[in-house]
Write a protein that binds this ligand. Sequence first.
Ligand code: 5GP
Length: 190
Amino acid sequence: MSCQGKVVIFSAPSGTGKSTIINRLLQELPDLEFSISATSRSPRGTERDGVEYYFLSEQEFKKRVENGEFLEWEEVYSGSCYGTLNSELRRIWTKGHVVVFDIDVQGALNIKNRLGAKALSVFIMPPSIEELRRRLVRRATDTAEAIEKRVAKAETEIGFQPYFDVTVVNDDLDTALAEIRKIVSDFLEK
Ligand code: 5GP
């Protein structure tokens, strides 16, 4: 098995079950380690520096961009930047682990472009837009307006699906997980 310098990137519209799949996969495949992003936004609730994110001031974030310390970064929300530090990749690779990203489509495609065959990009699809809307309604964390915004965003994100190495439809969680486990294991064997 060769884990040297490899990364696996997951992207999916919100409500697709991506976090559940990634968490289960991380428990099952000990060679995988989650990449902690840096952000210029402030911590929310119980978030801790170095756990959910590396929290940087706007000034510090900018300085690190100028020093070329990021593999990729984006202003995801106006005034809030998010990105992956090269030092985070080194931290994980040094342990002989494979880096796992949970990132938006644009960030995913940027990383894939940078790392080529060392990267596997996986797009997780909802069974349909209607089902995605039902799941977001069932989750009951958003207002009707916010749900429609997420659905519209999902439609845009699904447009990027052809640019990913593989696509897995999350209709049934266990089936999707088994499929992803096989795809990732094959990639680690290469
Ligand atoms: P949050 O809700 O945590 O403030 O924002 C999460 C958003 O930032 C999501 O859209 C997520 O995909 C994006 N994000 C998190 N980390 C990164 C990163 O390292 N690079 C990029 N480009 N986007 C990120």
